[in-house]
Design a protein around this ligand. Structure first.
Ligand code: PLP
Length: 359
């Protein structure tokens, strides 16, 4: 499929853009263009791919996304390598996961090559939007919404796939400080629900628990399993790893209620390469508290595309608080973080073929 190209008639002036890119923050600054591909079940599926000016879209007020929330998304970063070329980190994995989310939400799958092509074309169109700050990246947000005007409850027949880009600064201005987390009494996902799909509804449901965490002075919210309220699942948007003093590392298994993070999958491989034994097995909040107290647990790390790898220093629940290690970043967390960031930036050998060079 060919993408029609319509350059923005009045892109942000160079000076303004360069000024904005000095402190891009996260998620409020957007590049000049967007990718769009439309879908109509009655017109043979995916059609009309374009790269054009980023602008508001027209939606019928009866568009089913507005009523029944058929929406999925991905989050990935384009990096500038040490040699100046642009690259994506394991984008095929995002394409694959996007389609798994689509299947769960009764939405059409998008051919993986089209997903990748749209992302590549966006980076090519908005290369000038790469932030100049150390540790910066161009965050890509591919997503799909149901656009059919229809209030009956059934899967829509029309959809829009889009990619927008947002320059992002270094998530943490100086290294990665340990975060403090609040164990919510709310559940994020139940067995048989949509917890493994990257869909907006999961995030809407996490806003109140996250707000409670913030109100109590924490950085992130922690969710336990919805059935026994005992097993550690994940943070609002990050997966967890527990580093034990006996050289083993535990991460909760993918049982359908946890989002299968691409950073998580990458860390499992990188930690194994350090000679440690990574086990995907259930870990309870009681074990966590006891192991932190006894010293059997050395570190806890949280991971996801946005913050890469982040140490967890403290956990608080209605039953009290506990500190992990000395409350600061641990050894393995720092080592793994540097290794992963190094691979992404092209300063550490990419032995896994994870980095896709774009030019
Ligand atoms: C996206 C996401 C993650 C992290 O996934 P990555 O592929 O590593 O970015 C973890 N948890 C939730 C709920 C997510 O939406």
């Amino acid at each position: 499929m060919e993408f029609t190209q319509t350059p923005h008639p009045s892109p942000m002036p160079d000076n303004d853009r360069i000024e904005a890119l000095k402190d891009p923050g996260f998620g409020s600054l957007f590049s000049d263009h967007m990718a769009v591909i439309d879908y109509d079940a009655e017109k043979g599926g995916w059609h009309s791919a374009s790269i054009g000016p980023r602008e508001p879209i027209m939606l019928d007020p009866a568009a089913s996304v507005l009523h029944y929330a058929q929406e999925i998304f991905e989050g990935m970063k384009a990096y500038r390598l040490a040699d100046g070329s642009m690259a994506l980190f394991r984008p095929e994995e995002n394409a694959r996961r996007f389609n798994k989310s689509a299947v769960r939400m009764a939405m059409p799958e998008l051919p993986e090559e089209l997903f990748l092509e749209a992302c590549k074309q966006m980076v090519a169109a908005d290369k000038a939007w790469f932030p100049s700050v150390e540790g910066g990246s161009l965050y890509l947000r591919p997503f799909m919404i149901a656009t059919e005007a229809f209030l009956g409850v059934r899967p829509a027949t029309q959809y829009k796939f889009m990619v927008i880009a947002s320059p992002a600064g270094n998530y943490f201005k100086s290294g990665a400080p340990a975060v403090s987390i609040w164990q919510s009494e709310y559940s994020r996902a139940a067995p048989g629900g949509t917890g493994a799909a990257k869909t907006g509804g999961n995030y809407a449901a996490s806003l109140v628990p996250t707000g409670e965490a913030f109100a109590r002075g924490h950085d992130q919210v922690l969710f336990l399993d919805a059935v026994e309220k005992k097993w550690v699942e994940e943070l609002g948007g990050m997966n967890l790893f527990f580093v034990m003093s006996d050289g083993s590392v535990i991460t909760p298994p993918l049982t359908g209620t946890i989002l299968p993070g691409i950073t998580r999958a990458s860390l499992i491989e990188l930690i194994r390469e350090e000679g440690l034994d990574v086990r995907e097995e259930p870990y309870s909040i009681d074990q966590w508290r006891n192991d932190a107290g006894s010293g059997r647990l050395l570190e806890t790390m949280a991971c996801g595309t946005a913050a890469v790898v982040t140490p967890v220093g403290k956990v608080e629940s209605k039953d009290g608080a506990f500190v992990i290690g000395n409350g600061g970043p641990g050894q393995l967390t720092s080592t793994i973080r540097e290794k992963l960031v190094g691979i992404q930036r092209g300063t550490v050998d990419d032995t896994h073929g994870w980095v896709m060079r774009l030019d």
